[in-house]
Design a protein around this ligand. Structure first.
Ligand SMILES: Cc1cc2nc3c(=O)[nH]c(=O)nc-3n(C[C@H](O)[C@H](O)[C@H](O)COP(=O)(O)OP(=O)(O)OC[C@H]3O[C@@H](n4cnc5c(N)ncnc54)[C@H](O)[C@@H]3O)c2cc1C
Length: 503
């Protein structure tokens, strides 16, 4: 145990992770902590990370952020779902919506009633019982303060960091521009004492947050914490990204389109689109991926493509000595379900809840590391699910994914669904039952049986129940304006296609 009181917090790095941590910490604990953030414009940030998940709205609420102001400043759009193409088989399409689907009974979940209706010969899609699914499919959107719609945002990563910087500085965070050249450790304990910048300036602290991205300057290069590699389960190791002008109305969903050796994303913002191809370099070269990406992206490109090498896995300890890693420094799971910014937010929140004001106790560190590991492992399993349940055999990449060994935890989940259609209840993780059901069915994993409780209604009553529910969803979506139309009146972006202030 280290009994030194913790008062001075130094955040190394000013990407999304650095500024999210600084904003949350300064808003909640700015009165009792001295917070300094060091970032280097010369090094820059990763420049991707623009799709989010619904709990971001809870983060904004805690931060007291006004939605319209946030959306205007970050050129944000709404996100109701993820649109998948070519994952089960080439030509397949399914939507993973954020909302609740149907209405369960006490004994069994809604999808069992839907499975029975399919056996009765009904041909509707499960998503027709979900408002978010139908609104995404029809490119519609509407919200107001009492709305029950479950949604997230697409944000411009560079504008988001600026937005959070302004908030953080307002709560007293001191920002230092400069390149960290040396990390000074206590000769006996190995605890980090200070950072020396290229300018010679020395920044001392009690607790250091490593937000330096894949470099892991403090947590790995200095403390040699170790990395658990998951690339055998998630083999994509490279991404090519490019930005482009929007073509047509912006959609309220992220697209994830499977290609020969990975998948391509499209993230529609108000002023432009973010695009990229995440792929496995064992099966495709950067040149080939870049040319496939450029050919697939409609609209004029507004920035030259850039390549990012990624490594999937997690730091063995997110908290080691007096250093806590957040963001890419802590680990990486590919952005198929846009989970990284969420994990940054939950990790920063966890740190505040377990903050070591009176010194660093090992029990606290162990608890923090356990919760952080469990959260990321559940996300990892959900992402691996998309690959391993493919029926594609058309390229070596997809053959590898289909036949690879997967974590035992995931194997059990898939088998349980195949056997009896059961999904393990959510225990506080990100993905709720509906998410697992939509992705499992979308990937063509069909249960052999539905739950017997779905037979309690006779055929006619079941049809009436389903028809009534479906009509309610249809009516709710029919009254919504188009997504683009709603954005234009609710939160028009203040920037042009280059991200520069308009006018
Ligand atoms: C291809 C791809 C797509 C992604 N898409 C999504 C997505 O859609 N949704 C999502 O939630 N997440 C996504 N992510 C993840 C997301 O980009 C990151 O989680 C997020 O941007 C946070 O990055 P970071 O702040 O940890 O690192 P970075 O953005 O790399 O920031 C590192 C910071 O450290 C600073 N720094 C580094 N070294 C030094 C030094 N020596 N001295 C001073 N400063 C230094 C840099 O200047 C920078 O400010 C994606 C990731 C990749 C690779």
């Amino acid at each position: 145990m280290n009994t030194n009181k913790i008062k001075r917090v130094v955040i190394a790095g000013g990407g999304t992770s650095g500024w999210v941590t600084a904003a949350l910490m300064s808003r909640q604990l700015g009165k009792v902590l001295d917070i300094t953030l060091v970032e280097s414009e010369e090094i820059g940030t990763i420049g991707v990370g623009e799709s989010t998940v619904p709990p971001m709205r809870a983060f904004n609420k805690i931060m007291g952020i006004d939605e319209q102001e946030f959306m205007r400043e970050t050129a944000a759009t709404f996100k109701l779902a993820i649109w998948f193409e070519n994952w089960g088989l080439k030509g397949d399409k399914y939507i993973h919506p954020f909302g609740v689907t149907g209405q369960p009974s006490w004994t069994c979940e809604f999808h069992h009633f839907w499975l029975r209706s399919q056996q009765m010969g009904l041909k509707d899609e499960l998503g027709e019982y979900c408002v978010e699914w139908l609104a995404a499919d029809q490119n519609k959107f509407f919200t107001r303060p009492d709305s029950k719609l479950n949604f997230a945002y697409h944000i411009d990563a560079a504008l988001y960091a600026k937005f959070l910087r302004k908030i953080s500085e307002g709560y007293g965070v001191k920002r230092v521009e400069g390149k960290i050249e040396h990390i000074n450790q206590h000769p006996d304990s190995g605890y980090i004492q200070s950072l020396t910048l290229a300018s010679g300036e020395v920044i001392e602290g009690d607790l250091f947050i490593d937000c330096t991205g894949f470099r892991g300057l403090l947590i790995e290069q200095t403390l040699h914490t170790g990395f658990e590699d998951w690339s055998h389960w998630l083999p994509c190791d490279t991404a090519v990204a490019v930005q482009s002008e929007n073509v047509g109305p912006v959609q309220p969903y992220t697209s994830a389109i499977a290609h020969d050796a990975g998948w391509r994303w499209n993230i529609p913002l108000q002023h432009r689109s973010g695009n990229g191809y995440v792929f496995c370099s064992r099966y495709m070269s950067v040149d080939e991926a870049t040319s496939q990406l450029l050919a697939a992206v409609p609209g004029k490109k507004t920035r030259d493509p850039w390549t990012v090498k990624v490594r999937t896995g997690r730091r063995r300890k997110a908290w080691n000595k007096n250093c806590v890693a957040i963001g890419l420094a802590a680990g990486f799971v590919e952005p198929l379900e846009a989970t990284s910014i969420h994990v940054i937010m939950t990790t920063a929140a966890r740190l505040l809840q377990l903050f070591p004001f009176n010194g660093i106790d090992q029990s606290l560190v162990d608890q923090f590391n356990k919760e952080t590991r469990e959260e990321i492992e559940e996300i990892r399993d959900f992402i691996v699910l998309h690959y391993n349940t493919t029926e594609r055999q058309d390229t070596p990449f997809w053959r590898y994914c289909k036949n690879m060994e997967i974590p035992e935890s995931l194997k059990h989940r898939i088998q349980l669904f195949k056997d009896v259609g059961h999904v393990i209840p959510n225990t506080g993780g990100l993905f709720r039952l509906d998410s697992w059901v939509h992705v499992l069915l979308g990937q063509r994993v069909m249960p052999r049986h539905y739950h017997g409780a779905a037979d309690v209604m006779d055929d006619e009553r079941l049809q009436v129940f389903l028809n009534n529910f479906k009509s309610g969803v249809k009516n709710a979506v029919a009254t919504m304006p188009g997504h683009q139309e709603f954005l234009e009146q609710y939160c028009p972006a203040r920037v042009d296609v280059w991200g520069k202030p308009k006018g």
